[in-house]
Design a protein. Structure first.
Length: 439
């Protein structure tokens, strides 16, 4: 250690005293090379008249600093150089009031805090505040690691100091109370999340397709007697040709979508041929278009559309004070409901989570139990057809996701009385039909 101290009192430097008299101020030239911090602190204390309390850690570590001053400086300037030299050694000089200062390692100092505001451009302040709060809470959690094992990941240390995140809905801003270091990390995260989200426009067609498969055996007596309108006479014991089934429809639809290509039913149809597909389907089947909703949804945001009625349903009844009956009701939506959540993927692919439901009031179903004055209202009976799926489609393409839902089977018989009951020969005077209705 080399300590070189030069003191000089030039006659040209004066300071104004309280009585108007000029006081001579001492100048000092500092030239310290690898001087121990306690020794340097004692010298500055004697020069400036300030009191320093050194932390025990500094005494034990015995750090050293170097200061070179080619020109002479005043005591105040020497104190400034002393503080700067200690900061370079990661040591802080903390004022404690009056002429008392505490010299401690910078790691023991509480970090400088502040309140920062980030005005969002695209993201929602409430949603983003929840994400940041969860991020900060996880980084401040101390992981429990078994002794002798290596942690799988490096623990987060950016937010060791308490961080508070608030959302201001009025201005759509994020307010953060944190240290400057934590704010710099959070600011980078916010910039990555505050981006314009893509949107997806979905056009849907919800329809009922009714396919009748009719198989008849025997002779229609109305046609034999000339009462039929078509003039067609069914042969004895013959079978008429069943109408087109869904497999035939699928092949025809594939041809319309692919310009006459052959093969199995293709689930994806080009949007330019959707109208042709609809016309073909309505010609080959009994088709009822229930709804054609159009939905614009943001990326990863659920959208919902309901087309229907809000019907009252009785849920209970009670006897009133005056003898009347009080019926409590609950209103429910009856109609078509479509929920979807789009997610934009790479390569113009769109992932769709779809939930579709059709509810309707069943016809010819009694809405009461009992008869007369003893009848109890039970409300209407509803039918429900629902579907929930997750699928991926290319942009600008149509996806067919529906199928067979229900079968209604009807058996009927036509015959001439007496003659139609003759064994074996009775088929000359009667016919039976079995009709399958697919909805």
């Amino acid at each position: 250690m080399a300590l070189l101290l030069f003191l000089a009192f030039p006659p040209a430097l004066f300071s104004q005293g309280s009585g108007g008299h000029q006081t001579k101020v001492a100048l000092v030239a500092l030239d310290f090379n690898e001087v121990e911090i306690p020794v340097f602190a004692r010298f500055i204390s004697e020069l400036t008249g300030k009191n320093f309390v050194l932390d025990e850690t500094i005494k034990k570590q015995g750090g050293k600093v170097s200061v070179f001053s080619p020109t002479k400086v005043s005591p105040d300037q020497a104190f400034t150089m002393f503080v700067a030299a200690l900061e370079a050694a990661r040591i802080a000089v903390v004022p404690k009031g009056g002429n008392l200062y505490q010299v401690v390692p910078m790691g023991d100092l509480p970090p400088e805090r502040g309140v920062f505001v980030y005005k969002l451009k695209h993201a929602n302040a409430t949603d983003l505040a929840a994400v940041l709060t969860n991020l900060v809470a996880r980084s401040q959690t101390v992981a429990q690691i078994t002794p002798g094992t290596r942690p799988p990941v490096r623990p987060l240390t950016e937010f060791e100091a308490p961080v508070q995140v608030f959302a201001d809905k009025a201005t759509n801003s994020i307010v953060i109370s944190a240290t400057k270091l934590a704010w710099s990390h959070l600011q980078a995260v916010i910039r990555e999340l505050d981006i314009r989200r893509k949107q997806v426009f979905v056009e849907a067609v919800i329809l009922e397709v009714q396919v009748d498969r009719l198989r008849q055996i025997g002779t229609d007596p109305t046609q034999v007697l000339g009462a039929g309108k078509s003039g067609f006479v069914q042969g004895i014991g013959g079978f008429n040709r069943a109408p087109e089934d869904l497999a035939t429809f699928a092949q025809a639809i594939t041809g319309a979508a692919a310009g006459g290509a052959t093969g199995g039913a293709a689930p994806l149809l080009n949007t330019l041929n959707v109208r042709a597909f609809m016309n073909l389907l309505m010609n080959l089947t009994d088709t009822n278009v229930l709804s054609t909703p159009q939905v614009l949804a943001a990326d990863n945001q659920k959208a919902k559309i309901v087309v229907g009625e809000n019907r009252p349903f009785p849920t209970g009844q009670a006897q009133g004070i005056t003898g009347g009956t009080l019926v409590t009701i609950e209103r429910k939506d009856v109609g078509v409901t479509l929920e979807l959540t789009p997610q934009v993927l790479e390569g113009d692919l769109i992932r769709l989570e779809i939930k579709q439901e059709i509810t309707a009031i069943a016809e010819n179903v009694a809405q009461t139990i009992g008869a007369g004055s003893a009848s109890i209202p039970v409300g209407p009976t509803t039918t429900k057809r629902s579907m929930e799926t997750t699928t991926v489609a290319q942009d600008q393409q149509t996806l067919v996701i529906g199928g067979l839902v229900r079968d209604n089977i009807t058996l009927s018989e036509k015959k001439i009385p007496v003659l139609g009951d003759i064994p074996w020969l009775g088929w000359l005077f009667k016919s039976q039909s079995r009709q399958i209705e697919k909805l």
